[in-house]
Design a protein around this ligand. Structure first.
Ligand code: SF4
Length: 334
């Protein structure tokens, strides 16, 4: 059964800082904060459409949930509670420096079961340059507390921020592997009109790394998270006309995840040839992948097939094979 979220957006509620990259009104396409009636309405509508609620969560996204004024936070939780008791529970996203023992105990009484932290980077200088207002130590402390209290832990990271390098982003991903959250979301930076990052970008102070480099960097991070059995629940901002029209630069692509997944296969296929044929590139190779991975292995617009032909003069035939694990590739010997 597939997991689903009933998303309720609270754009910028509780945000003590204006982070350099963030404009939740554009990202969520929502200007005003929801009230209790909105929460009930959104849940009623979703509950009518979802047949099996066992894998469904009510998700408060787009702000710093645990930093919003308590009366409003309690209003939202009270409105969501009767629905949360009929599904998997409530998921929230918040800032690492807005977690403490009393908040966590209060969330437990309202069926909140998963907490996602906006981490972005675990490099203090990157955090500081992007106006985050917290440190890497705050993240570590919050993760410990969330885990200790038995919540599912999710971390959101943002490679490519102002002041970051491939090394700082790689180190962040490695530290995330060590923290070992249950889930991660990877949001490569998108420069949105009206943000501080847009100002730095227009002034030439912030220059994002090339798009192709970021696809490769994120593909490498995804491989590491897969190796560590950390569930990747999102890669790239969700495609919307609002984000599309407000994106000045950075890494907005409606199918960023698919681009990275095809890069993962590029590496897997190279590894398979190294292993099975000592790196000898024949004119033709038949490569078996899991049936659910055929399009990922071929790549968008057949980019992997073109890549191997242009780089090694090899024609690839990708064939389905249920015995091959997802994201693995095996040479078929005939
Ligand atoms: S990144 Fe998070 S904390 Fe920063 S402004 Fe956006 S919603 Fe608020």
């Amino acid at each position: 059964m597939k997991h689903s979220n009933i998303a309720i957006f609270i754009p910028h509620a509780g945000c003590r800082h204006k982070c350099s990259f963030c404009d939740q009104q554009t990202i969520t396409a929502q200007k005003r904060l929801p009230g209790q009636g909105d929460v009930r309405c959104i849940c009623e509508e979703a509950f009518r459409e979802i047949s099996d609620l066992s894998q469904t969560e009510i998700a408060f996204f787009g702000g710093s949930f645990t930093a919003i004024p308590h009366p409003y936070m309690l209003e939202l939780l009270e409105a969501a509670r009767p629905y949360a008791e009929r599904c998997k529970g409530i998921r929230i996203s918040t800032r690492p420096d807005a977690i403490d023992g009393s908040i966590l105990h209060m969330l437990q009484t309202y069926s909140v079961r998963a907490i996602e932290l906006g981490v972005q980077s675990l490099d203090d200088s990157v955090l500081q340059k992007n106006g985050r207002g917290h440190t890497a130590a705050d993240v570590e402390r919050a993760c410990d507390m969330i885990r200790r209290e038995g919540f599912e832990l999710g971390l959101q990271i943002m490679p490519g921020l102002y002041g970051s390098t491939p090394e700082t982003d790689r180190a962040t991903a490695e530290r995330v592997c060590e923290i070992h959250p249950d889930t991660v979301r990877i949001y490569p930076v998108v420069v949105l009109e009206g943000t501080e990052l847009a100002r730095l970008y227009k002034a030439g102070t912030y220059q994002p790394r090339p798009f192709e480099d970021m696809v490769n960097e994120v593909a490498t991070m995804m491989r590491r998270f897969q190796e560590k059995d950390i569930r990747i629940i999102k890669v790239g901002l969700h495609a919307s006309e609002f984000v599309g029209t407000q994106a000045l630069g950075g890494y907005y692509h409606p199918a960023f995840r698919e681009l990275c997944e095809s890069r993962i296969f590029r590496k897997r296929i190279k590894d398979a040839v190294l292993l099975a044929a000592a790196g000898k590139w024949e004119e033709v190779y038949k490569i078996a992948v899991h049936p659910g991975c055929i399009s990922k292995a071929i790549g968008q617009k057949q980019e992997n097939l073109h890549y191997f032909y242009e780089t090694f003069g090899t024609r690839l035939y990708i064939v389905p094979d249920r015995t091959v694990a997802p994201f693995e590739a095996r040479i078929v010997k005939e």
